[in-house]
Design a binder for this molecule. Structure first.
Ligand SMILES: Nc1ncnc2c1ncn2[C@@H]1O[C@H](COP(=O)(O)OP(=O)(O)OP(=O)(O)O)[C@@H](O)[C@H]1O
Length: 607
């Protein structure tokens, strides 16, 4: 709680200082101008933090969107006589449409192709601004009128200052709200890889486009403010070098920290200015050496503060005020026991067919990983899929859950054909899963990781998340996540960072996340791996309880003791093919299984 109070007090002091600075006649005009530029840059960088730091999509091209906002208002106010407030809307609409088109085309690219494509469209827009006759070519457009609000002219640096910083604080508030909501969790999951997020029903392509458009719109607002502050626009501030500088600001501030955007902008612009003043005096040279010094300082900063300056600064601030125990994040939500329950799925009758796998096959080039496998899972039954290493169990899981496409065969779930559907569509039908290699979001809290599992059980739009209209639904979602964590024995770790948990606990967390999706069928890939004996017993008790409640479970597991005690039915695979099927007792006596698998395990156990 002290942590939260300190944050609020620091924020109030920051806003108060910001508000009072221009009122004092002693504040030099240069400071106000510099703060205005920091505010304009911060607006762009807040968007970049969401896009690059949080979403993992690197963009060098944000300066071009600043240009769209600036040129839209410059042309419409000077040539068409529009009100600047109307041109703000026009700029936002034009930017959103353009960003959406660019996003849909380029965001499918992965690895270094995406940053390269941002370079390409930034250069294209820059040259477009400089070549169009009606945009004044390289001279740009001048004579832009200052803004006025309720008759109050914002023509001076001191008056537009308030509007700029109002927009910056609004953008920080909106972005923090968005990140703390259901769509925000989905956006934060983008870095964890599309496979994991899609398995919980997150439309990763749509969320990538959303953050791309959001960041572009913030840049456009910055351009609109810039045009009315400068009263003239020309192509140079919207070129690639500015795009790179914005990215530097995000990285230096702390790419994944929203407040780091302001810090990074202030550091880079302040540093540039100071170097330009000091270096020529020190070195007594007329050559343009300051950019070299600036570059070296940046490299050093990235070397020694790779996470950016924000984490270090906030830790120092907490130490200064002797605030201990940083595990409870400022955004941590207290679970509301009175929150409404999330709606639950209608469960199939015990014993009815849930999953039908018919002659499925998967070929990786010349390797047949899964060869003509068929089995059934019924409601209220735990089916084990076992076999030696490399037998094809995980591949079978991935085929059933839609992570991998089938080469041939058919999978039906609750009577519907699901083969050919995407992992996201299959998740919607009521299939939850865990992964062989734990796939969590290590920097997110345990509670939020599990809340991601319930993504499809609540519908909160991006605007609702931004405006905090989602509080009741968010409370229900977090209450459900907490309930599932209690169920698997992790109730004491709700606000712990997921990355701080031991491997066994991380596996339990994955099970809680899958349960939060309210699945009809649970696919568990080696859930007992890394668990201690007692933890395994507790897990077995949880799974037995789930079976009693009518849940169907398909389980891949190497711990034979665990499998034999828990399952109703076993399917044995070897070299991708079906080897045997039956009850645990039958399988334990099956000669082919004993030879291919169980015999080997016993020997290994003895060793
Ligand atoms: N994406 C892939 N590309 C090529 N080969 C693959 C791919 N995924 C799996 N394989 C191969 O398919 C075979 C089956 O692998 P799979 O991971 O399904 O086995 P498994 O029974 O789950 O093994 P383990 O118990 O060790 O996890 C292996 O030979 C593996 O190397």
């Amino acid at each position: 709680m002290r942590n939260r109070t300190l944050c609020r007090a620091t924020l109030c002091a920051f806003v108060l200082i910001l508000a009072l600075l221009p009122l004092s006649g002693a504040t030099p005009e240069f400071w106000i101008t510099q703060l205005n530029y920091i505010g304009l840059a911060s607006l762009v960088v807040v968007g970049l933090v969401l896009l690059t730091g949080v979403g993992g999509l690197t963009s060098f091209g944000q300066a071009a969107f600043v240009g769209i906002g600036a040129y839209t208002t410059a042309w419409l106010t000077t040539q068409a006589g529009w009100s600047p407030w109307l041109t703000l809307l026009a700029g936002l609409v034009i930017t959103a449409v353009l960003a959406w088109i660019i996003g849909v085309i380029t965001l499918r690219l992965s690895g270094h192709y995406l940053p390269l494509s941002t370079l390409a469209w930034c250069l294209s827009l820059y040259y477009l601004f400089g070549n169009l006759e009606w945009l004044g070519r390289n001279d740009g457009i001048s004579g832009i009128q200052p803004l006025s609000l309720f008759g109050w002219s914002l023509g001076s640096g001191r008056s537009i200052y308030y509007l700029i910083w109002f927009c910056v604080l609004l953008s920080v508030w909106a972005t923090l709200n968005l990140l703390g909501s259901r769509p925000g969790r989905a956006i934060r999951a983008l870095r964890g890889g599309a496979g994991m997020a899609e398995a919980f029903g997150v439309n990763t392509a749509a969320y990538k486009t959303v953050i791309f458009v959001y960041a572009a719109m913030l840049a456009s607002v910055s351009g609109w403010l810039y045009a009315h502050m400068q009263r003239a626009v020309s192509p140079s501030p919207f070129g690639l070098n500015y795009g790179i500088e914005y990215l530097f600001m995000a990285v230096v501030g702390g790419a994944a920290h929203v407040w780091g955007a302001i810090l990074g902008s202030a550091v880079i612009l302040g540093l540039k200015d100071q170097i330009q003043n000091i270096v020529p005096k020190l070195l007594d040279t007329s050559t343009n050496i300051e950019m070299i010094v600036f570059g070296v300082l940046l490299v050093l900063m990235l070397q020694y503060a790779a996470q950016g300056l924000w984490p270090g600064l906030s830790a120092f601030w907490r130490r200064l005020w002797r605030v201990r125990g940083t595990s409870l994040p400022v955004t941590a939500t207290v679970i509301d026991p009175a929150a409404a329950e999330l709606p639950c799925r209608v469960r199939p009758e015990k014993g009815s067919l849930v999953l039908e796998v018919d002659h499925i096959r998967k070929q990786f080039g010349g390797l047949v990983a899964v060869n003509d496998i068929s089995f059934r899972v019924r409601a209220g039954e735990i089916v084990g899929l076992i076999g030696p290493n490399g037998a094809g169990k995980s591949t079978t899981f991935n085929l059933v859950s839609g992570i991998l496409p089938l080469t041939s065969g058919e999978v039906r779930f609750l009577g519907q054909r699901i083969s050919g559907r995407s992992a996201r569509e299959i998740a919607q039908t009521g299939m939850g899963r865990t992964f062989q290699h734990v796939q969590l979001l290590p920097e997110m809290s345990v509670l939020e990781n599990v809340a991601l599992g319930a993504h499809l059980r609540s519908h909160v739009s991006v605007p609702a998340g931004i405006l905090r209209l989602d509080r009741a639904r968010e409370a229900s979602l977090l209450k459900e996540a907490a309930r599932q964590l209690e169920r698997v024995g992790l109730g004491a770790y709700l606000h712990e960072q997921a990355g701080n948990l031991a491997l066994g606990q991380q596996r339990l967390l994955e099970i809680a996340r899958a349960l939060a999706a309210d699945p009809v069928l649970l696919l568990l890939d080696e859930p007992a791996a890394g668990l201690r004996y007692r933890e395994k017993q507790e897990l077995a008790a949880v799974l037995s309880q789930l079976r009693e409640e009518g849940m169907s479970i398909l389980l891949v597991e190497h711990d034979m003791d665990f499998v034999m005690r828990l399952t109703n039915h076993l399917v044995v695979m070897d070299f991708g093919s079906w080897l045997a099927e039956g009850s645990p007792e039958e399988i334990q006596r099956h000669p082919a299984v004993l030879e291919a698998y169980l015999g080997g395990v016993e020997e290994g156990d003895e060793a």
